[in-house]
Design a binder for this molecule. Structure first.
Ligand code: BCO
Length: 245
């Protein structure tokens, strides 16, 4: 999509205020924390949050010290999708909103950083879609995740049908999308949607996720990690021509 068109959509989305998306970069560990911050509405996304997320992703592309990224929600839930008060007001703008999110989430997935969604509490609809824009999903033992859009008569609009099919294959993707079932962390792990379930006894899930990422995949130099991730992205893009919604 043309930059000018995205710029115009951005100006419209920015009018729908509420919440924020906050970025914290730690040069020492090489880990960035990206926080969806609208806890009163379970971190569901307003137009302004979509714009914030796009800006954070742009900032992350320039972070030379970076190795990994953790995407999380504030206050115990990951994200329950679009903020329904905003979505109802912006229904006429659904196509543009989808195109904007699609561009941002493709850029997020293709960042030269190893990304993990820390899935806690409720992760529904667009929230489940967001989690698939990370390389990995670490889940709290009590978290639940579901692509529930079809219950509202909607399809996935933020690119998850494509990403889920790549992750799990056609049969599982169709099953999750068309049943709208909500998976526990254990079921998500056995389906291959989650990569690690944090033990119930853990009292600091963010710290545990940082440890999981640093010890498993981010122990090397940032230059090496960024180069390897770029190679994987290039290989992926070569074998699949586009990320459609
Ligand atoms: C545009 C992309 C496609 C989409 O993402 S469509 C949206 C898909 N998401 C959903 O359908 C989730 C809607 N929410 C729910 O079903 C329930 O809130 C949920 C997550 C099961 C939690 O239930 P409970 O534990 O009983 O809590 P609750 O309902 O009282 O929620 C607490 C407060 O959070 C609010 N909330 C949760 N999800 C929201 C959303 N997506 N948009 C706007 N507000 C949302 C909810 O309205 C409530 O606020 P309040 O206390 O009534 O002011």
């Amino acid at each position: 999509m043309q930059r000018q068109t995205l710029h115009n959509i951005r100006n419209e989305l920015a009018k729908f205020e509420g919440g924020s998306v906050d970025l914290d970069l730690d040069d020492e560990t090489g880990l960035a924390i990206l926080t969806l911050n609208n806890p009163r509405r379970m971190n569901s996304m307003t137009g302004k949050m979509m714009v914030d997320l796009a800006d954070c992703v742009s900032e992350l592309t320039k972070w030379s010290h970076g190795k990994g990224l953790i995407l999380k929600g504030q206050g115990g839930n990951f994200c329950t999708g679009g903020d329904l008060t905003f979505v109802k007001k912006a229904l006429h703008y659904g196509g543009e909103m989808a195109a904007y999110q699609h561009d941002t989430l493709t850029r997020l997935l293709n960042l030269p950083l190893i990304s993990v969604a820390l899935v806690q509490g409720h992760t529904l609809g667009g929230g489940a879609e967001l989690s698939t824009a990370c390389d990995y999903r670490v889940m709290s033992s009590t978290a639940k995740i579901g692509f529930v859009q079809m219950k509202m008569g909607l399809t996935t609009a933020w690119g998850a049908a494509t990403r889920l099919t790549r992750l799990l294959g056609r049969r599982k993707a169709i099953n999750l999308l068309c049943s709208a079932k909500i998976l526990t962390a254990r079921s998500a792990l056995s389906e291959g949607l989650a990569d690690y379930v944090i033990p119930e006894s853990c009292d600091d899930e963010l710290q545990e996720t940082k440890h999981w990422l640093l010890t498993n995949m981010c122990s090397l130099d940032p230059d090496v990690i960024q180069s390897l991730k770029r190679l994987v992205v290039r290989a992926d893009l070569r074998s699949n021509s586009s990320y459609a919604p």
